[in-house]
Design a protein around this ligand. Sequence first.
Ligand code: ADP
Ligand code: MG
Length: 640
Amino acid sequence: MEETVMDFPNPTENGFQVKFEKKEETLAIGIDLGTTYSCVALYRHGAYGNVEIIQNEQGNRITPSCVAFTSTERLVGEGAFNQIIRNPLNTIFDAKRLIGRRFSDTDVQNDMKHWPFQVVSGMYDKPIIVVEHMGKKKQFLAEEISSMVISKMKETAEIYIGRSVEKVVVTVPAYFNDAQRRTTKDAGTIAGLTVMRIINEPTAAAIAYGLLLKEREVVGKKTVFVFDFGGGTFDVSLLKIDSGTVEVKATGGDTHLGGEDINNILVNHFVKEFKRKYGKDLDKDSRGFRRMRSACEKAKRNLSFSTLAVIDIDSVQDGVDFEGKLSRALFEDLCMHLFEKCIDHVSRCLIDAKIKKNKVDEVVLVGGSTRIPKVQQLLREFFDGKELCCSLHPDEAVACGAAIQAAMLCGSSSDECPILKDFVVKDVTPLSLGISYNKGVMSVIVPRHTPIPTMKIQSYTIASDYQTSVSVPVYEGERSMVCDNNFLGNFILDGITPAFIHVTFNINEDGLLNVTAMDESCGFQAGMTFTNDSNSSQEEIDKMVGDAVIYRNQDMEKKKKADAKSGLATYAYKIRNTIRNVDIGCKLMSSERKAVEVAVLDVLKWSDVTSSVTTEAHIFDMEKTKLENIWNPIKAKLGL
Ligand code: ADP
Ligand code: MG
């Protein structure tokens, strides 16, 4: 076998310099699509510090990544989260833990034990979420659920900005693999958005930090370590920041390590305690289990500020109340192995980046779980007592970075937004990519931590003289045998003559891989585009886009009906208050007054028992017209 590795640097390999063109302002948002919470931000042109975190309808700056299906409606975000205990089987959370994964994946199998909702295996081993919605069984892919969350964030932004938004930058954990990135991009497309770029969460946080340094006019190189410990994932990145150039040196982490795992440990502990005390099993009681989970999460959060938390749940099961105590010491003992795993990743990332820990200037904390005192203590100790940087908001930094990146990609004019001028971001691949060669040996074509975008070509000889077709199986991972790595896909190169084939790996700015192979001897064989069976086809995506539009229309219809009902009741109350006003009421004849009072009362009674889910908006409007016909002549007579 002969192997030559030719490295063709892409013209943009040294980072993507942003072009600024003077044109009408295009607004693009940044969405941090989290496992547990999502956050949306907008960068508007103007002076410094113009990233705005957009509040949702309840005034919160983060929104639960949660979708619920009921007998009458679909709820996304706060509305879904608030009814989770009543409707655990049809309330979906943690979709990010399913995205781009196979059903048989051990992580998926383990997570399923903690989820009250049903997940089954679909085509190509894809996980499918099954719910009951409006009396019917419905199936959804994880990317459809995520697209509903993205749509909600888009709407939140549109209400705030007052116009429609078409473009977005979405963030993913740095350690997300190709399939997870691709599927996240699909989720954005299904939500009706153009995903301008997928960027890594710790890189996004570093962009936000880089801008902060620029704003404060800090000059000189800084070595920054980003520690991102959220609800579902754990990411670390070592970066160099130098006057607006953000350059990733190494990344690491675990796509399955976060606050949700901590919750699982606490729930297991207290479910066992409940069983021991009362002989009752919560495992088969989805409502009781969910209430226990919510109580455990609350206790965990409290322990970040106090040393003892009480878990107090009325009537958990069959009228039995539960009271448990969780000291900070016990909490730390139960979860220590997870915290230590985090520190191991920190150490490995520094080794990968070939940087000694005393050379790190700032340790930036991102993600809700970094509020845990023990995590902060271990990290501080690891960095020999260094103070941790809390200048960025742990819940908002990622969305801020995504919004800054979105503004840059929109071509924000350097005149309008001088601070974004010369801002350059250089990221790397988190995992090695290669093909199976010589009975399952991983032949690496793009080593991990290669700066992206990149293109690398490797040549292989064909083993047999009579071979006319070759199969190219593509893998990602660090193990020497492909069976221990993650299989991405396979393609066949047909009609070749025995000789060399050139395999080209092309990775774009989103970190997405495109593989082509070419037979060099006759030179006629065109390259083939790599696709992955487990990813959705264009046809499937088109169908999901169509379904998303149907859901949006249903939501609009629902709102129209609810507004019509509310409009009728408000009108009726307004009339009643008017005639009850002493000055006005005395001018009415008693028969007139009675007629209006009766009509108003009838309408209010009717509206009270009439559902806005099953009754069309025009029926409420008709009732309003009838009331207007009675009231308007009297109103005119009174000169109101
Ligand atoms: P993601 O981006 O993965 O959704 P976030 O960064 O929003 O995650 O963090 C959410 C996680 O942080 C949840 O698991 C939540 O329980 C945890 N969390 C939030 N506040 C605290 C706190 N005060 N103490 C401990 N954990 C917290
Ligand atoms: Mg996050």
